[in-house]
Design a protein around this ligand. Structure first.
Ligand SMILES: *Cc1c(COP(=O)(O)O)cnc(C)c1O
Length: 370
């Protein structure tokens, strides 16, 4: 089976994990501290706080920024549900905005319109732009909009570690950036996540909320507020540390493979009216998702690809189509997100793929849909 993606865990990473396990230091420890320092250097930000998942990162960011009941938070309608779930979990209301075809990211004009016309009853507090599949959102536009309307920016860069906007790493533009190290992301620690910020007061709060609200002083531990246990383990950090030096070369390879997909798909896209994903400087290409035309049953395509030994999948969800959010929303407002959710097809994509693999996928796809 040609898998959607394969975690890139070499012997070196396995050795590093084994070494930590033998040491007996299993929870947050020296590897976590080194990994945080290396992530600060890689991303070019002031503070990095490892957590147990991307969802934990989103949740902690909202808690630490005091977003809660009575507040509304703007999110793209096309994303992984965790983006909106985190908002709901702190008691705030997610407000969905449609996305653009091609980038699959938040539609900035619609975002602006919604902000301008906002009448409550909740107070608009924050925007969570999602760098979907690694496509960098125009953070210059988002941050200027946020500044004009006094909104907080929390970047959901869960699938965009290494992506850049104007040469600057995404995740570092907002008050807080959130990343995931889930196995479907380019760098993985199994479960895992990261918070980054340039605000050291906020960082201190997120750090103590990560671990029971505790701070350690000369006189012992002080419990300052009710916190969580959202720590990443020392052995997971060791696994991530080994991968980080390779990340940029993996992303470069992903650009090459995306270009090969685009080339091989040119003819089929014309014949079958496919929408292909847009290339962009700074894209980190976590996923390669194309969009099938309305007449083709995506799930049937996935089933037929599977018979040919190829794993396909949907790309992400349209929040307004999900049971949890359906009732509160006028569904006609999200035509693009709904189309991407229902007709999006993610194809096998990771740096270990060969050009022949890609030609085989495209050939099989044309057999299935033509
Ligand atoms: C993967 C992902 C998440 C969730 O990350 P986990 O580590 O699985 O909790 C959140 N948002 C987006 C956009 C993602 O792609």
């Amino acid at each position: 089976m040609l898998r959607l993606s394969i975690p890139n865990i070499g012997e070196e990473a396995i050795e590093a994990v084994a070494h930590v396990i033998r040491s007996g230091q299993l929870v947050h420890g020296p590897e976590s501290e080194f990994f945080e320092a290396e992530l600060v250097a890689y991303l070019g930000c002031k503070e990095a706080i490892l957590v147990s998942s991307g969802t934990a990162a989103l949740h902690l960011a909202l808690v630490a920024l005091n977003i809660g009941p009575g507040d509304a938070v703007l999110v793209p309608d096309f994303t992984f549900p965790a983006t909106a779930n985190a908002v709901k979990l702190v008691g705030a209301t997610p407000v969905m905005i449609d996305v653009k075809p091609g980038s699959y990211c938040i539609d900035l004009e619609k975002l602006h319109e919604t902000i301008k016309q906002w009448e409550g009853p909740q107070q608009l507090r924050a925007i969570i732009p999602v760098h979907e599949f690694g496509y960098p959102v125009d953070m210059t536009a988002v941050t200027s909009l946020a500044k004009n309307y006094d909104l907080i920016v929390i970047e959901d860069a869960a699938c965009a570690l290494g992506a850049t906007h104007n040469g600057i790493k995404v995740g570092t533009f907002g008050q807080v950036g959130c990343f995931s190290f889930h196995p479907r992301k380019t760098l993985t620690t199994g479960e895992g996540g990261l918070l980054v910020t340039n605000d050291s007061v906020l960082a201190a709060r997120m750090r103590r909320l990560r671990s029971h609200g505790v701070v350690r002083t000369d006189t012992g531990m002080q419990f300052l507020e009710a916190g969580y246990n959202y720590r990443l383990t020392n052995f997971q950090a060791a696994m991530g540390r080994v991968q980080l030096p390779h990340l940029d070369s993996w992303i470069a390879r992903r650009h090459e493979l995306a270009a090969i997909y685009q080339l091989e798909l040119t003819k089929l896209a014309e014949q079958a009216k496919l929408i292909l994903p847009t290339e962009h400087i700074g894209h980190s290409w976590q996923t390669f998702m194309l969009v099938l035309p309305s007449g083709i049953d995506r799930d049937e395509v996935i089933a037929q690809l599977r018979e040919r030994g190829i794993e396909g999948n949907l790309g992400a969800q349209s929040l307004s189509c999900l049971n949890i959010y359906q009732s509160s929303i006028n569904r006609s407002e999200f035509p693009v997100a709904e189309m991407l959710y229902k007709k999006g097809l993610a194809l096998p994509f990771c740096e270990q793929l060969s050009e022949d693999n890609i030609r085989h996928v495209v050939h099989s796809l044309s057999e299935v849909i033509l």
